[in-house]
Design a protein around this ligand. Structure first.
Ligand SMILES: Cc1ncc(COP(=O)(O)O)c(C=O)c1O
Length: 429
């Protein structure tokens, strides 16, 4: 039995069935450098999914390693938030400034789920309401409240939820009843529906709307620019807050902006973040207007949230993003990626849609009728690209969307290499 087969057997014996693995023969990634990873049987791959958009800078980044080692050298891995943590304060200052939110404050947690829990706590306390507007086809995490605001049956393990949720239309246009409308009319139809949802399914005093600017797990569904700005005009009539879940879209990945929500022309009341910030070290959080953050009037802590190692690593990551202008890289190299994917779409009718921004590209695969989801083709493309040395992600309501989101440090040459593996795979289908 090979290394992977043996480990898979042990995995299946002690790990939950509901943690799904990619590939018919799942692999273990044991080392990495730049944008490449090597598996337990010695095969090297170009990584176009980056640990679900988390290894934002790639692998073996000396600046991040040195920051972590410097903290370990102090002998202090953890102190708890009972004590001042210099790098936590510094990171909060940086994120507050980057957010553009006036008088912003930051709460650090360990994951996107915890970040969204915290944002919901703030909004529901501030507005004294447990009503939330969320998007269809959304994903926000795995706690009860995060599952509650998740509009995707495949990721809603329980209907138990502390919040009362109404789901509105999202940017998932490919399967929307409004799909044939041009951008402005699409947005107007969704806004009209939002009005009706508020009027017919809520008591009016809704706490917040929470939205991913580009839906991650939902298959990189991307609304027209300005979509959420138009929705916000309605929310403002009711005083409903807007929370942007930037767990996948933050830190410049969309290329044109630092935060995904900036494509919609307003600054939200709060933003949540996680994934890429630590380049693999667990850190998440929420940045919000000070009065919103301070609405909590009792004690609340996260033991590990923003600990000295994680915050030191995150500062090094943010320095790297700025010093190497990775947002510009996402824009420029992303344009090359999209050009290549659109050229592939011309050739292969199995590609129903190419969507996304920067280094977040979704490729929705369909049956010959041009609409029916082709989940089996997505699985075959994943196998085919893996055989050709390329790792991809998968998502969408039907598991038929390829998700391409490499480290934002990726080069043009590496994008071309990945595109070649994709082209060869599609040609061999
Ligand atoms: C947009 C979004 N929000 C929240 C989460 C939950 O993050 P975590 O898995 O770190 O709890 C995810 C995870 O994929 C996500 O994509």
């Amino acid at each position: 039995m090979g290394e992977h087969a043996d480990l898979l057997k042990r995995h299946q014996a002690v790990m939950p069935d509901w943690i799904s693995l990619l590939y018919d023969q799942p692999i273990e990634l044991v080392s990495g450098e730049g944008r490449r990873v090597t598996d337990g049987e010695g095969r090297t791959y170009l990584d176009f999914f980056a640990g679900i958009l988390t290894n934002m800078l790639g692998y073996g980044v000396p600046e991040v390693r040195e920051a972590i080692e410097a903290q370990l050298d102090t002998g202090v891995v953890h102190t708890s938030t009972l004590y001042l943590i210099r790098q936590q304060v510094e990171l909060a200052e940086r994120i507050a400034e980057l957010s553009g939110i006036p008088d912003a404050k930051v709460f650090f947690a360990n994951s996107g789920t915890e970040a969204n829990e915290a944002a919901l706590l703030l909004a529901t306390q501030y507005r004294r309401s447990n009503q939330i507007l969320a998007l269809r086809n959304s994903y926000h995490g795995r706690s009860y409240a995060a599952m509650g605001i998740t509009g995707n049956r495949g990721w809603s393990a329980s209907s138990l939820t502390p919040v009362n949720v109404s789901y509105v239309h999202s940017g998932y246009r490919f399967r929307s009843p409004f799909r044939d409308l041009p951008d402005d009319a699409y947005t107007a139809a969704c806004v009209e529906d939002l009005r009706e949802v508020i009027a017919t399914t809520t008591a009016g005093d809704v706490a917040c709307m929470i939205a991913e600017p580009i839906q991650g797990v939902g298959g990189f569904a991307t609304p027209p620019d300005g979509f959420f700005g138009a929705m916000k005009e309605v929310l403002d009539e009711y005083g409903i807050l807007f929370v942007s879940d930037e767990v996948q879209t933050g830190w410049g990945r969309t290329g044109e902006h630092f935060w995904g929500i900036q494509a919609h022309g307003f600054v939200p009341a709060a933003m949540t973040f996680a994934k890429g910030l630590g380049n693999g070290i667990a850190i998440g959080g929420v940045v919000a207007r000070g009065e919103l953050m301070d609405t909590v009037r009792v004690n609340s802590i996260s033991t590990f949230g923003g600990n000295p190692v994680a915050t030191r690593a995150a500062l090094a990551v943010l320095d790297y993003v700025r010093d190497h202008d990775l947002q510009a890289n996402a824009r420029e190299v992303g344009a090359r990626l999209f050009a290549g994917l659109r050229a592939l779409q011309e050739k292969h009718p199995v590609i129903g849609e190419v969507r996304g921004k920067g280094l977040m590209a979704g490729v929705e695969l369909v049956e010959p009728d041009g609409r029916t989801p082709s989940t089996s083709t997505a699985a075959r493309v994943l196998e085919g690209t893996r055989e050709r040395g390329l790792l991809l992600g998968k998502g969408g309501l039907y598991g038929n969307v390829l998700r391409i989101a490499p480290p934002v440090t990726i080069s043009s040459g590496e994008v071309d290499e990945g595109l070649r593996a994709l082209a060869d795979t599609f040609a061999a289908l």
